[in-house]
Design a protein around this ligand. Sequence first.
Ligand SMILES: Cc1cc2nc3c(=O)[nH]c(=O)nc-3n(C[C@H](O)[C@H](O)[C@H](O)COP(=O)(O)O)c2cc1C
Length: 171
Amino acid sequence: MDALEAIRSRRNVRHFADRPVSAADLDTILDAAWRTPSSRNEQRWDFVVCTERTQLQNLALVWSGARHVATSAATVALVAPDTDDTDLMGSIEYDLGQATMSIMIAAAALGVGSAHAAVRDQEHAREVLGFPEDRRCAWLVALGYPADRPLEPIRRPNRRPFDDVVHRGRW
Ligand SMILES: Cc1cc2nc3c(=O)[nH]c(=O)nc-3n(C[C@H](O)[C@H](O)[C@H](O)COP(=O)(O)O)c2cc1C
């Protein structure tokens, strides 16, 4: 699948088939994350990839909106420096958003579904993933083959109308 097709096919997949993602495909997805651009190329992130079922089930307990992590074939935890500085946090979050999309587009190109999850319980995430005290687990990206239907370009995405969103030249 080419890049445009992958962008058009990606959707949040929260029900995964009981089928592993190969180690080679996971590495391709992680390579895409690793190549992500970041502010001043600071790369304020680490990626912890989990594939073991018991660990995934435990990781899914970080908040109710992360339940799909339990049944994913793999989940990538995006770990970043912790800070109270809101400007710095905004910059880190922008970079993490880009890394998230790199992961999701690469996954879609391989036919692998993905879904975000926020992380509420940092102490539980730290216990499961073992990251240092000066970091937080910012996001989880669950991965796996869709249980319902394969990824294919979405003809009518549930988005605000294109012409309301796109302003040409001036608002
Ligand atoms: C910043 C962000 C946080 C999100 N957090 C969660 C989450 O915690 N749990 C969840 O199930 N989905 C989460 N989502 C997925 C969104 O609900 C989803 O992307 C949105 O409804 C659009 O649907 P689509 O991804 O299928 O196009 C999150 C998405 C983003 C961009």
